[in-house]
Design a binder for this molecule. Structure first.
Ligand code: CUA
Length: 364
């Protein structure tokens, strides 16, 4: 009976472990499946230090097991006094030297990588025509969303970072309010987003995100920043440099006004004479960062989540517009009723708003 109970407990524990460890295997969000040069370097460091630690654990375990099995008092007798090794130069030397060697093995690549991964000297290198050689993205963290400004291209996005593969992309990371932290587990990071200074680093992206199950990599806020910290996700779309140039070009094009009547009504509601959403949300991809209070919606129809966390459909969009606090407590967006002077907004109007927002797209 007791044996059966123990087995049952072990089984439960193993099942729980499988459940928790299952999350480690998704390539769009796993540090253990690196998809960029920086992530690969960080992963190699992780493997090296784990190997060294495993070696120490194995040696210590062997010595421990030997000690408790071979040298039992019941085996060797009460009178037995083992050989005294106090002051043995040979032993003292060995157990000082071995840890030092192990620490050196870990330290050399760690220190080298720490400086190498923070090396942003080539960030401001200009080509002969005066354009920048490398892409730079300014990341602005806000409660609880992310803004991505492309200063040289003169465009701005929110919630979805779009980057070319196989080249260094430099990031200037700041916060507009409290401390956050910018992290793309599969690609590398993380780096603090502070309100008082700009942190700079680079990443490289090796894999096109269209090959992934969700079509995007996931990014996270990695610094506790408030009640919706865990919901402060962003997505990363990676594409080859041709597709990226095309994306930049279409971001600069003017949005085609909606042709369908419902979406047209939505556009009016969105505007200054309607609910005034446009006061906080730009719908053109052209612009600078940290100007508008809310996320830029130029690519809203191309996103794969509503508010960064909900499945991308009109039902969720309407629910979000109605009660943003239900989904992301503490976020800065007012509910639609307060925008309408305290009056409830009709279902038809919400339908129209949602239909309009879904037409905001730059990808074909
Ligand atoms: Cu932002 Cu946690």
């Amino acid at each position: 009976m007791i044996n059966g109970l123990k087995k049952w407990r072990l089984f439960t524990l193993m099942t729980a472990l499988i459940f928790f460890l299952a999350g480690c295997g998704r390539e769009e969000i796993s540090t253990l499946i690196p998809a960029g040069g920086v992530a690969q370097d960080q992963f190699n460091l992780l493997l090296l230090s784990s190997a060294v630690m495993l070696f120490v654990i194995i040696v210590v375990t062997i010595v421990y097991v030997l000690a408790i099995t071979k040298f039992r008092r019941s085996k060797l007798g009460e009178e037995m006094i083992p050989e005294q090794v106090e002051g043995s130069t040979k032993l003292e030397f060995l157990w000082t030297a071995i840890p030092i060697v192990l620490i050196i093995i870990i330290a050399i690549p760690t220190v080298y990588q720490t400086f190498d991964l923070a090396d942003t000297r080539t960030m401001d290198v200009e080509a002969e025509d005066g354009s920048m050689t490398n892409l730079t993205v300014n990341v602005i963290a806000k409660l609880y969303w992310w803004e991505f400004e492309y200063p040289e291209q003169g465009i701005v996005t929110a919630q979805e970072l779009v980057v070319p593969t196989d080249q260094r992309v430099y990031f200037n990371v700041v916060s507009a309010d409290v401390k956050h932290s910018f992290w793309i587990p599969s690609i590398g990071g993380k780096i603090d987003a502070n309100p008082e200074n700009t942190n700079t680093f680079y990443l490289t992206f090796n894999q096109e995100s269209s090959e992934l199950e969700d079509g995007v990599f996931y990014g996270k806020c990695a610094e506790l920043c408030g009640p919706s910290h865990a919901l402060m996700d962003f997505k990363v779309k990676t594409m080859n440099s041709n597709d990226f140039d095309q994306w930049v070009a279409s971001m600069k094009e003017e949005q085609t006004p909606p042709s369908d009547a419902l979406a047209q009504t939505g556009e009016e509601l969105f505007g200054a004479d309607g609910l005034g959403c446009i006061g906080c949300h730009a719908v053109s991809g052209v612009g600078a960062g940290n100007v508008m209070a809310g996320p830029n919606l130029a690519t809203f129809g191309d996103r794969n989540r509503v508010a960064g966390i909900l499945e991308h459909n009109e039902e969720n969009l309407k629910a979000w517009i109605k009660e943003p606090q239900d989904f992301k407590p503490g976020n800065q967006m007012p509910d639609v009723k307060s925008l309408n002077g305290g009056q409830d907004v009709s279902e038809q109007d919400l339908d129209a708003l949602a239909a309009y927002l879904m037409t905001l797209t730059v990808e074909q």
